[in-house]
Design a protein around this ligand. Structure first.
Ligand SMILES: NC(=O)c1ccc[n+]([C@@H]2O[C@H](COP(=O)([O-])OP(=O)(O)OC[C@H]3O[C@@H](n4cnc5c(N)ncnc54)[C@H](OP(=O)(O)O)[C@@H]3O)[C@@H](O)[C@H]2O)c1
Length: 260
């Protein structure tokens, strides 16, 4: 078991990639603490994890709110005693519009859930990790941080910002026992966010959702989507001691699109 006796706080874990990470981490021996806004999805995921013998807790929270970030960290500590691993995965894409038409309030919301929440949660868990001289933070970035796709300026900026946050936090934590890395997934087409985005893009481009997806996937070396399970396996590697000398990095799990 790669994560025996660790406590992992995983954001955005009611569905999609976060849910897959929760399942895999629990299978590998971690106690997993789930959070997102939708209570129903959190309790369903918690029940699944629990049924397979995993240790699990959850708290509903809107992570764009500073006080709710603090509540989640406190609830995880209350349930399991510590936060050994933090996975900043919660997110939403936001409007699919060009820069000149992008509403400022929506821009702020997208930055808040990706970049600002990752910053706030890191701030909350780092003192404990430094005191213990061990800990891992994983930030879920995106291929969008490294490529250029129209109509997603806030999302791309937030995800690129998360790579900067990853490197600086890694620099500060490297000699205090804390590693910080990021994953840049390509299209994980099974998730709600990806399906909703695909539908909007297809409509804007005047093609069917199938045509839009086929064209996009054709641009990947492997020519196929990634699965949430494949992202979870990369997350397990980066959060376990298997990657003990890796910090400040972003790993592309995109089927071969970005090469830096
Ligand atoms: N799918 C892809 O192709 C892809 C590619 C690259 C990167 N990513 C990244 O992977 C991460 C997971 O995305 P996904 O594809 O798994 O999407 P998803 O299925 O829509 O999951 C997003 C999760 O984030 C939570 N969330 C959203 N806003 C929140 C808020 N304000 N406070 C707390 N939780 C919030 C959602 O729950 P609630 O709505 O209940 O709050 C949900 O659990 C995101 O950071 C995304 O940007 C995805």
């Amino acid at each position: 078991m790669e994560l025996k006796d660790r406590v992992a706080l995983i954001t955005g874990s009611g569905r999609g990639i976060g849910r897959a990470i929760a399942h895999l981490f629990a299978k590998e021996g971690a106690a997993v603490f789930l959070t997102a806004r939708t209570q129903r999805e959190l309790s369903a995921t918690a029940e699944e994890v629990s049924k397979t013998g995993g240790r699990v807790g959850f708290a509903a929270a809107d992570l764009t709110q500073e006080a709710e970030c603090a509540h989640v960290v406190a609830a995880c500590r209350e349930k399991f005693g510590s936060v050994d691993i933090l996975v900043n995965n919660a997110g939403h894409y936001g409007p699919v519009v060009p820069v000149e038409g992008y509403p400022l309030a929506e821009f702020d919301k997208v930055i808040s859930i990706h970049l600002r929440a990752a910053f706030l949660l890191s701030k909350l868990v780092l003192p404990e990790m430094y005191a213990r001289k061990s800990g891992v933070i994983l930030n879920m970035s995106s291929l969008s941080a490294k490529a250029a796709y129209s109509w997603g300026s806030a999302y791309a900026a937030a995800k690129a910002g998360m790579l900067g946050l990853t490197r600086v936090t890694a620099a500060e934590g490297a000699r205090k026992g804390v590693r910080v890395n990021a994953i840049c997934p390509g299209p994980v087409t099974e998730t709600q966010m990806s399906k909703e985005l695909g539908a909007v893009l297809a409509k804007k481009m005047g093609v069917s959702a199938e045509e839009q997806l086929a064209e996009f996937l054709n641009g990947l070396l492997q020519g196929r989507a990634q699965t949430a399970e494949e992202i979870a396996r990369a997350a397990l590697f980066l959060c376990s001691d298997q990657s003990s000398a890796i910090t400040g990095q972003s790993i592309n799990v995109d089927g071969g699109v970005a090469f830096y």
